[in-house]
Write a protein that binds this ligand. Structure first.
Ligand code: CA
Length: 230
């Protein structure tokens, strides 16, 4: 099992280093950013599981960064905990409305912070382990199985990841470049044609249960998963 990766976005170095130290001791992998610009670069390269984002940052507020990340489909799976010195109820609500999953007020103890991180990650993963059903298909993420009309569909690892991504983001068009980023990872340099190859294999695997129509080509734009007719 790989350690969960946490991105710490905090401009005050002593606080950032203190957090990284305690998270490291608790078994997490950490990456650090001193501002929003650096955080956004790290997000693409490191793909963290969770981001701790301080409210007060030099280039943009942590609140704006959270809003931006939650709107961006590239980061929609990222769990976010906001860190702030502001304790009043108004800011707490603003923090959660921005899309943050939780909120920790400074000063906090390392133990409290780690407990919140564990809870948010557990929740985020719980969602991912649910069985997703669409039309005749069911994808059981915990068991890593796909069935169509109750019969098991055999998929290669890439086809499985591709289907898992598409079935959990239905009725939305993704370009080949977006699929490469989301399914293969931002740092993998493969040609966009590769996406077409795996889409073809996925359709073939689903064809016997007439579920291949769910994987739809949108001319000039990319691919979409939908149980409705194109
Ligand atoms: Ca700060």
């Amino acid at each position: 099992m790989t350690a969960d990766k946490i991105l710490i976005v905090e401009d005050e170095a002593p606080i950032r280093e203190m957090i990284a130290f305690h998270l490291g001791r608790a078994g997490y992998e950490t990456v650090e950013a001193a501002n929003c610009g650096a955080a956004r670069e790290l997000l693409a390269d490191e793909r963290p599981d969770l981001a701790l984002i301080d409210w007060m940052l030099p280039d943009m507020s942590g609140l704006e960064l959270t809003r931006m990340l939650k709107r961006d489909s590239q980061n929609s799976d990222l769990a976010i905990i906001m860190l702030t010195a502001r304790a009043d109820e108004f800011d707490k609500i603003a923090g959660l409305e921005s899309g943050a999953d939780d909120y920790v007020t400074k000063p906090f103890s390392p133990r409290e912070l780690i407990a919140r991180i564990q809870a948010v990650l557990r929740r985020a993963k719980g969602d991912n382990d649910e069985t997703v059903e669409a039309g005749v298909l069911a994808l059981d993420a915990a068991g890593h199985r796909v069935t169509a009309c109750g019969r098991e569909v055999r998929l290669g690892p890439t086809e499985y990841r591709l289907l898992k991504f598409l079935i959990t983001h239905p009725d939305r068009v993704f370009s080949r470049a977006q699929l490469l980023d989301r399914v293969w990872g931002a740092n993998v340099y493969v040609e966009e044609r590769t996406v077409d190859v795996h889409i073809r294999r996925l359709r073939k695997a689903l064809a016997s249960e007439s579920a291949s129509d769910y994987i739809q080509t949108v001319r000039g734009a990319g691919y979409r998963f939908s149980t409705r007719n194109p």
